[in-house]
Ligand binder design. Structure first.
Ligand code: F6R
Length: 269
């Protein structure tokens, strides 16, 4: 487990982006798992900058974690629309390389099956980007979620619906109650996990996910079962970690972290 603690949210977003951008610069056909949410906006702005500096995204394939049931891709509150606004329309990825569960599929079970098959067919996900909910969810795997859950339909908690109500004009009644989410089992199959969290409102969820017992009521704690999870935090999100000094010492001596800092220095400043 690599836990990397940066001073500010901006630095954490830049560091997280650098992990994916350096992968793309080495492997133009990389397969990425993507997330939505406020934390990711800063991360994707670095993707757009990299594209403007000449990085080629045209062979990248992406799989998004989740989508609300009942919303079409054109709906401004859909995660498809979010991805289009923050990333896809600003880079050179062909539409056929984008895979996001369709919230208004005629047959949701077929949609779910096809989503899982598309990941398998692509050869699996190289890096899965993750945010974390205040309640410890990843994707829309709400507490409690089976640690080996597949992609499925879930009921959203009221806390999550409140957290996301901003995209619905602040009107909780308009936030869908159900969603499709990539399951924890599918997330854990990605070759690398990259969890990003910023702000003191994430501090409890991060401490529980990284250092607490692995349990269904903290779905993000499933990352402890993964062989190569990276957790990128700002100081505020890291404040409740018991082993904070250890993580800092470990990151300070890590060649992989040094390589990322070098990449940032060379290509992102
Ligand atoms: C959305 C998703 C969620 C968010 C999480 C954090 O695709 O997967 O798990 O990553 O709710 O959201 P923000 O960044 O808005 O705090």
């Amino acid at each position: 487990m690599e836990v990397i603690i940066l001073d500010t949210a901006e630095e954490a977003e830049q560091f997280a982006a650098s992990i994916i951008l350096s992968k793309i610069s080495k492997e133009s056909h990389a397969r990425l798992g993507l997330a939505t949410g406020r934390t990711m906006e800063g991360v994707y702005s670095h993707f757009v900058d990299a594209h403007e500096r000449g990085l080629n995204f045209s062979n990248i394939r992406t799989f998004n974690l989740d989508e609300y049931i009942g919303l079409s891709p054109a709906n401004e509150a859909s995660f498809y629309h979010y991805m289009d606004e923050h990333l896809f329309k600003k880079i050179d990825m062909p539409l056929e390389n984008i895979c996001i569960p369709h919230g208004r599929a005629l047959d949701i079970e077929v949609e779910i099956k096809q989503f899982e098959e598309a990941i398998t067919h692509a050869g699996g996900i190289d890096i899965q980007l993750l945010g974390i909910g205040n309640n410890g969810h990843i994707g829309f795997n709400e507490p409690p979620s089976s640690l080996s859950s597949p992609t499925r339909v879930v009921t959203l908690s009221e806390e999550t619906r409140r957290q996301n109500a901003g995209a619905f004009g602040g009107n909780l009644g308009r936030v869908p109650t159900k969603a499709i989410t990539m399951g924890l089992r599918t997330i854990l199959r990605a070759r690398q996990l990259l969890l990003v969290a910023t702000g003191s409102h994430k501090a409890n969820a991060i401490a529980n996910a990284v250092e607490g017992p692995i349990r269904a009521t903290v779905p993000a704690s499933a990352i402890q079962l993964h062989p190569d999870p990276w957790i990128v935090l700002d100081r505020e999100a890291a404040q409740n970690l018991e082993f904070i000094d250890y993580y800092k010492a470990q990151a300070g001596g890590s060649e992989r972290v040094a390589d990322q800092l070098q990449f940032i220095y060379q290509y992102m400043n």
